[in-house]
Design a protein around this ligand. Structure first.
Ligand code: GTP
Length: 352
């Protein structure tokens, strides 16, 4: 970790229901959605491990048992995981307050739906250099109206916030990236067991109290995967090597990464980049054109065409069906000869 002696702990906020990803996230917490056939959260934990962060608190309020069953104590990923669970969602800052007993020195907070390769060591060094109580990572976007704007002075000290501004309120295009470094004492400003948010509650209060809050601008990869378009974009960006996951190191451009246990007919044509999971069956004359991800236990029927699409596990694609730019949820069946473009399809939703 660049410059610091001990690695900070991190809190990942994994409590959202993923409403913007419905119906894909019915019954699964958003951080468990598969990205290149591994839970999104596993990529995030590997990212933190890359920067030396070992002690990670998963702050959850929605289906925590699904997350715990998969990750356990985290030792398989070289991490030490602690779980905190809210009976009712406490909001972003309230969830961290709920983990206060584990936070006795400078720590990192990550929104659970952010994929980034921000250098945490460099951000921590900035935080320490400035003597900040809170440092907010800032990323520049073209259209900031759906985000929280963060205004700073020439020393990068935060001077104001504008949440989801109308066009005439846009004073900057630097937005809150959902990654923070905090000193434990700021949690003294957060009410116990109450719903409380960083963006609208704690950070404006810290400014009022004249506490040193700084913005750390960065320009490396950043994406909030919380909508179907962004989720698909993340899978494509990883396959096209626009960004690397710390979890997966055998991808290369145009390559087809196929599990040994997949059965692919010799006449099927597969153009990478593609990831094909275990026990998949790909039948005669099927065409797959990357970027494509095919989950475990999928069946792709004869002459089916799949392009720029992500299939979750256990999907059945009928003979002659054609899919372009789609996300197909687990255990969905697509009928023979169906033609589907730009859609999310799950067992609960009909393709047309
Ligand atoms: P959803 O799509 O419903 O998850 O909402 P969102 O992505 O718009 O979430 P928001 O921006 O409000 O929250 C940012 C991050 O904090 C997301 O990763 C959420 O999962 C997480 N989060 C939000 N509210 C809570 C909460 O009450 N408790 C916990 N533990 N996490 C939360």
């Amino acid at each position: 970790m660049g410059g610091s002696k001990t690695s900070p702990k991190a809190v990942i906020l994994v409590g959202g229901e993923g409403t913007r990803l419905y119906p894909l996230t019915y019954g699964i917490p958003k951080p468990m959605v598969p990205v290149l056939n591994r839970p999104f959260l596993e990529h995030t934990i590997a990212y933190l491990r890359k920067y030396g962060v070992e002690n990670i608190i998963l702050a959850s309020s929605y289906l925590p048992e699904v997350i715990q069953d998969y990750f356990g104590d985290g030792s398989k990923l070289g991490a030490r995981l602690t779980y905190t669970v809210e009976n009712n969602p406490l909001g972003t800052a309230g969830a961290v307050k709920n983990a206060e007993q584990y936070l006795d020195s400078t720590f990192v907070v990550l929104n659970g739906d952010i994929f980034t390769d921000l250098n945490i060591g460099a951000m921590l060094a900035f935080h320490q250099r400035k003597g900040a109580k809170a440092t907010i990572a800032l990323i520049q976007v073209d259209n900031p109206s759906a985000f929280g704007l963060v205004e700073t002075d020439s020393d990068r000290r935060v001077t104001g916030f504008v949440e989801k501004p109308s066009p005439d309120q846009v004073t900057t295009n630097w937005i809150n990236a959902g990654i923070y470094i905090l000193e434990p004492e700021v949690l003294g400003y957060v009410p116990v067991n109450s719903h409380y948010m960083f963006e609208k509650g704690l950070f404006p209060l810290l400014l009022k109290q004249d506490e040193p809050v700084y913005g750390y601008p960065f320009s490396s990869y950043w994406l909030d995967m919380g909508t179907p378009e962004k989720y698909l974009c993340l899978n494509h960006d990883l396959l096209l090597l626009k960004v690397k996951s710390a979890l997966i190191n055998d991808l290369s451009r145009d390559k087809v990464c196929c599990d040994k246990e997949a059965a692919i007919h010799s006449s099927a044509e597969i153009t990478g980049p593609a990831v094909i999971g275990s026990k998949c069956q790909i039948e005669q004359g099927a065409h797959i054109k990357g970027p494509v991800v095919i989950g475990a236990d999928c069946h792709v029927g004869e002459r089916a065409n799949i392009e720029e699409t992500v299939l979750w596990r256990g999907v059945n694609i009928g003979a002659g069906a054609s899919l372009k730019h789609c996300i197909i949820g687990s255990n969905t069946s697509i009928e023979d000869n169906d033609q589907i473009v730009n859609r999310v399809v799950t067992p609960d939703s009909r393709p047309r």
